[in-house]
Ligand binder design. Sequence first.
Ligand SMILES: Nc1nc2c(c(=O)[nH]1)N=C([C@H](O)[C@H](O)COP(=O)(O)OP(=O)(O)OP(=O)(O)O)CN2
Ligand SMILES: [Zn+2]
Length: 140
Amino acid sequence: MFKVSKEFSFDMAHILDGHDGKCQNLHGHTYKLQVEVSGDLVANGAKKGMVIDFTDVKTVVKKAILDPMDHAFIYDTNSPRECKIANLLNELDSKTFGIPMRTTAEQMARFIFNQLKNELPISAIRLWETPTSFCEYRES
Ligand SMILES: Nc1nc2c(c(=O)[nH]1)N=C([C@H](O)[C@H](O)COP(=O)(O)OP(=O)(O)OP(=O)(O)O)CN2
Ligand SMILES: [Zn+2]
């Protein structure tokens, strides 16, 4: 069994509505994302000797995650305060991306896992919010 990972970087702004510290304020992160795929090697053909072609991982992650989320204000659609900011940004033609949960590293890691799991045989998602803080999400 092999484990391979492809790493990505993208920027988002967010707030954590109701946080008891500085993260209740609008701020941004350069997120680092690792997408891990586990499996055996392909025996024959164009992908021989690979678990998965890194280029194929990149194509899927770009479409499902990076294109909609990079340089967006990511917000919790259940938070009236965050929706108010998103509505203003939308009026100003600025990029937003809503998810129905608080935008913690934990919940975004699980959200990204769920967005990708039907398209890639992923085994784990690791999401860094800062260089010193990350969450790993896996289902087994
Ligand atoms: N378990 C979690 N704790 C916190 C989260 C989170 O998603 N999960 N998020 C935040 C804030 O978003 C905050 O921006 C990050 O906090 P912190 O690591 O304290 O940020 P710093 O910029 O100070 O990071 P350093 O690398 O320590 O400089 C808070 N908590
Ligand atoms: Zn933050």
